[in-house]
Design a protein around this ligand. Structure first.
Ligand code: AMP
Length: 285
């Protein structure tokens, strides 16, 4: 596996691969990789001639009081995982390589879409995500890019960005990978104390309960969200940021639990903010 730290190296290598006739897949990550990330690399491996992963904790998507400094990092372990899963190149830039000190150009969707769900507590988050993903798309110019359903709002926003900025890139969504007990895998799970780790199971329990209710034919988002909210509130270490049912494409509130509705939540377990979701009628319902 090639380890590239500069934009120029990645651009040149990806262009060479494309000239040689390979399709190129991109898996953007912030590192501290786990099996969720590995599933994206596996999917890319199965669809593309060459697989590029990026490993970059992107400062522009963190708010001033968020966990940028504390975000876990272990590049050697990341390389081992990526190599094991057949990644061909990892792009591991410094912040200075990605952003000039006076960088002032952003990619932002100017609609209510990025203000819903996570956007309510993280107002600049999706602007940072769109900007860095846009840069990665311009550097690698992949044929396919792979994103996890775990970050459902991010996925919907990237799809819209790709459509509206005419990127010729196919976005591939990958299902949520969970721990054996249900907790969605996340780099942030490392923040949890043993007691919090146990409490964090309320998220997946609420997802599973929501899936059952939706599968039983319940049509009222309010009833579904009330049931999920009650379940989460029964856990003393949990504090709800949001539990919402929205249209899976627009992210605007859903009037009815139709197929394709996204039921998503963010819950603080102690100081750690975790997310989880499901899609009504989705593959894992
Ligand atoms: P991150 O490193 O958290 O920015 O995540 C990088 C990519 O991996 C994103 O597309 C995430 O949605 C995806 N991802 C993270 N956790 C999981 C998971 N548990 N299952 C599937 N995809 C995931």
């Amino acid at each position: 596996m090639i380890v590239a730290k500069t934009v120029q190296e990645v651009r040149a290598q990806a262009a060479r691969w494309k000239r040689e006739g390979h399709t190129v897949g991109l898996v953007p990550t912030m590192g501290y990789l786990h099996e969720g990330h590995a599933s994206l690399v596996d999917k890319a491996r199965s669809m593309c001639g060459k697989v590029v992963a990026s490993d970059f904790v992107n400062p522009t998507q963190f708010g001033p009081n968020e966990d940028l400094e504390a975000y876990p990092r272990d590049f050697d372990q990341d390389c081992a995982l990526l190599e094991e899963h057949g990644c061909d190149l990892v792009f591991y830039p410094s912040v200075e390589e990605m952003y000039a000190p006076d960088a002032a150009t952003y990619v932002e969707i100017l609609s209510d879409m990025p203000k819903q769900l996570c956007g309510r507590t993280r107002p600049i988050h999706f602007r940072g995500v769109c900007t860095v993903v846009s840069k990665l798309f311009n550097i690698v110019q992949p044929d396919f890019a792979f994103f996890g359903q775990k970050d459902a709002q991010q996925l919907a926003i990237i799809r819209r960005m790709v459509r509206e900025l005419s990127y010729g890139i196919e976005i591939v969504a990958c299902p949520i990978v969970r721990e054996a007990d249900g907790l969605a895998k996340s780099s942030r799970n490392t923040y949890l104390s043993p007691e919090e780790r146990q409490a964090a199971l309320v998220l997946s329990r609420a997802v599973f309960r929501g899936q059952e209710l939706a599968a039983s034919g319940l049509r009222s988002p309010r009833e579904l969200l009330d049931a999920m909210t009650a379940l989460i509130q029964a856990e003393p270490l949990a504090r709800i940021d949001y539990v919402s049912a929205v249209d899976g494409v627009t992210m605007m509130p859903a009037q009815e639990l139709r197929e394709g509705v996204l039921v998503a939540m963010a819950v603080y377990i102690g100081k750690t903010r975790l997310i989880d979701n499901f899609i009504v009628g989705g593959a894992d319902a």
